[in-house]
Ligand binder design. Structure first.
Ligand code: NOJ
Length: 724
């Protein structure tokens, strides 16, 4: 041991300060560099490590990562690299790892235990691959379904996003960052990124600071509270100020006000974008200076930041203390996670965990609970007394559409021809396997292409339905219409899917529609014409298995939507927690004001009745926590899990507040015929609003307390609470 910082018995900060004092300016600026392995050749990658001392790489896997790490450890101070990867629904960029349902899909489970477990499984698989850090979770609020990245969100509710994010962050980071199975989480994209105008990704966001504090900041605040180690700066601008240059949001709110102690990484070339896209900087020099001064610590994939920053620090145009501050944060995390002590090298966690049986078990549980039964007319489901099923549709046997974005098919380079080297269940395979165990015959026809309108074979599809007792039509979207760079103008079914469905309907057989898609689509016709509808979103490796279990009644569906479905694309953005004040009751050319399906909605093979809503205290003070209790009776014939939801409305407030806001929920298993009394705690401090002076206050007065099975008025029973 030559240096003090190598002594593992010192605290991470003691070691950091010692190391920092030994570093040259070049080594320090190098630590701030995150190089994309997909954007440099192998020699350049090596040079970034050995000559420019880069601190991090992203999108590098396996032997390549190992090799770079060896090089880093052999440099003068032997500072290990930190490897980041987009493992956002499982370690999906590695062909072979467990792929979970997308964030949007998993959020519909409302199951914090399973989501934490998914985080843990992902962490183990990422760690086994020798990597250290996932760029997850996404805490953007999914309000405008046309936005390409809706699939990456936990839906439209800030409270729920905060709760689910905390769960997955705990899963990733474990009890202790130095645990060999723990990886860093990254709360992204800070801040209000999903809100960009017209659902145009990375575009300008027209929100005020008050609104940011009230709606968009709370999930990120939760992430700080649970110790999320890193944050990622959003691409977009807020009222004309790009996030990467937003000192008020990054340094002011995140670091100084919320006390975030980890480090902030920019998004992909945010610094370069200040010059090329957003045009607030004339050159890379100004852009680098702004990036540093605003509070970004690590720079993702803007490689000319290095020289531009060195030059300016040497000339005294950028203060070296700002570089020290950024590097201190990065090194402190590196020490905290045991990187310097060999704990996070490949081989430390056995590769056998990747997609192991235990991980598949966690995956199937989460996948089943993520699926949402939207319609079930005349109890079409579960399937009974059938001899033959016709499975029709472009997404029935398409694993890429089923996975959605952020797998090896799409990143770091699009590889549509990649062959999965693991077992996976498309919807078709899942149905075929379970049907065959029940001696039910299955026919299959693709029917049409999801993009090309001309590619349709109605006769073939109809022929395949001959003698079938039920048709299962699997439609939705695909990678060309879902994910980063895939914002949409219309949410209508693409290609000739609508025509295919209409032709199938004419056969007068029970029609079950299964949706495989990244986001809510405009499916009014399906709602009206299908006998049953199941939303699966992007369900991952075991989607087909989970779907089959639901179709055949081996699992009673319990997922609830975390995002509203519009009647029509023109109704977007549509979300349940909107403000009051619209003069019209509805759009003149739409039947109702409400969405087609609302937040919190989802059916089951049983029904629940709510009664006896009670508040432990009807008049209380701001410091109180009350218990809201309700009796929930399973009035059907199957046992089931209900997600009981608690909403509030601040009846009169100094600034307008949403018509409803989720403030609590509980998942309860209730046997057929039984009643459970469900208690949900409500802290009065959670009734906080941000007033016109941007102060956080609970305003005295009356609040409506609403409990029920979804966010629609007709599903809720209500009581009044008075806060003194
Ligand atoms: C850009 C995306 O916006 C971000 O979510 C992702 O983590 C980075 N690229 C790295 O791939």
């Amino acid at each position: 041991m030559n240096y003090i910082y190598q002594n593992p018995s010192l605290t991470p900060m003691e070691r950091t300060l010692n190391l920092l004092s030994l570093m040259t300016l070049e080594e320090k600026v190098g630590q701030m560099m995150q190089i994309s392995y997909s954007m440099v050749n192998p020699t350049e990658a090596e040079e970034w490590v050995s000559k420019k001392f880069s601190g991090s790489f992203l999108h590098v896997l396996g032997d390549n990562a190992d090799h770079l790490q060896e090089l880093a450890l052999s440099t003068r101070l032997g500072i290990p690299l930190i490897f980041g990867i987009d493992a956002i629904h499982g370690h999906g960029l590695l062909n072979g790892a467990t792929i979970f349902p997308s964030q949007l899909a998993m959020s519909c489970s409302f199951n914090t235990d399973l989501i934490e477990k998914a985080g843990r499984v992902t962490a183990k698989e990422v760690a086994a691959d020798g990597l250290h850090w996932t760029f997850s979770p996404v805490l953007c609020i999914g309000r405008d379904a046309r936005w390409g990245r809706i699939d990456e969100t936990f839906g439209e509710d800030p409270y729920l996003i905060g709760i689910l994010a905390s769960a997955i962050i705990k899963g990733y980071q474990g009890e202790n960052l130095s645990d060999p199975n723990s990886i860093l989480a990254c709360a992204k994209h800070y801040l209000a990124y999903g809100e960009s105008t017209g659902a145009k990704d990375a575009y300008d966001t027209e929100v005020t600071v008050r609104k940011i504090r009230e709606v968009f900041l709370p999930p990120f605040k939760k992430a700080v509270e649970v110790g999320c180690a890193t944050f990622m700066t959003g691409y977009q601008s807020i009222d004309g100020t790009p996030m990467a240059a937003n000192k008020k949001m990054l340094k002011g709110i995140l670091k100084d006000e919320l006390g975030f102690e980890g480090f902030v990484v920019t998004d992909w070339n945010n610094t370069g974008s200040l010059v090329s896209n957003q045009k607030v900087s004339p050159d890379i020099f100004d852009a680098s200076k702004k990036t540093i001064e605003s509070g970004n610590d690590m720079i993702m994939n803007t490689n000319d930041f290095y020289d531009a920053t060195l030059e300016q620090v040497k000339k005294g145009e950028i203060s070296e203390s700002l570089i020290d501050e950024a590097v201190k944060r990065i090194l402190n995390i590196k020490f905290s996670m045991g990187l310097f002590d060999g704990k996070k090298r490949r081989g430390y966690v056995s590769k056998d965990v990747i997609n192991c049986v235990e991980h598949q078990e966690a995956n199937i549980q989460l996948t089943r609970e993520s699926m949402v039964l939207l319609e079930n007319k005349n109890n079409t489901l579960p399937l009974k007394n059938i001899k033959k099923i016709a499975v029709i549709g472009p997404n029935a046997d398409d694993i890429q559409a089923q996975f959605g974005d952020w797998t090896f098919f799409s990143h770091p380079n699009p590889s549509p021809d990649a062959i999965p080297n693991f077992e996976y269940y498309t919807m078709l395979r899942g149905i075929q396997e379970l049907a065959s165990s029940k001696e039910v015959e299955v026919s299959y026809h693709k029917g049409c292409d999801i993009m090309n309108k001309e590619d349709i074979d109605i006769d073939g599809a109809i022929n395949s339905c001959k003698d079938a007792d039920v048709i299962i039509a699997v439609v939705g979207d695909c990678l060309a219409l879902n994910g980063e760079f895939k914002d949409r103008a219309t949410l209508d079914l693409s290609g000739s899917q609508q025509k295919l469905l209409e032709e199938l309907k004419k056969l007068n057989k029970p029609l079950v529609v299964v949706l495989v898609n990244g986001k809510p689509l405009s499916i009014q016709w399906i709602t009206q014409n299908a006998d049953a509808v199941i939303e699966t979103f992007n369900s991952g490796t075991l989607g087909g298995k989970a779907l089959a279990q639901i179709l055949f009644g081996e699992f009673n569906p319990c997922g609830k939507l975390t995002i509203s479905f519009p009647y029509h694309s023109g109704q977007t953005p549509v979300y349940y927690n909107h403000l009051p004040g619209w003069h019209s009751p509805k759009y003149a050319d739409m039947p109702v004001a409400e969405p087609l399906y609302s937040f919190g909605y989802g059916l089951s093979y049983t029904n629940y009745e709510y009664s006896n809503l009670k508040l432990s205290k009807a008049i209380c003070s701001k410091e109180d926590t009350i218990t809201v209790s309700v009796d929930v009776t399973n009035v059907g014939e199957s046992d089931g899990t209900e997600i009981v939801q608690l909403y509030i409305n601040d009846i009169v407030s100094s600034v307008m507040t949403p018509v409803k806001e989720l403030k609590g929920f509980k998942r309860v298993f209730i046997k057929a015929g039984e009643t459970n009394t469900v208690n949900i705690n409500l802290a009065i401090s959670d009734l906080i609003i941000v007033n016109a002076d941007e102060e956080y206050v609970v305003e005295p007065g009356e609040f409506e307390i609403m409990v029920g099975s979804d966010s629609r008025d007709q599903s809720l029973i209500k009581e009044i609470l008075t806060v003194k």
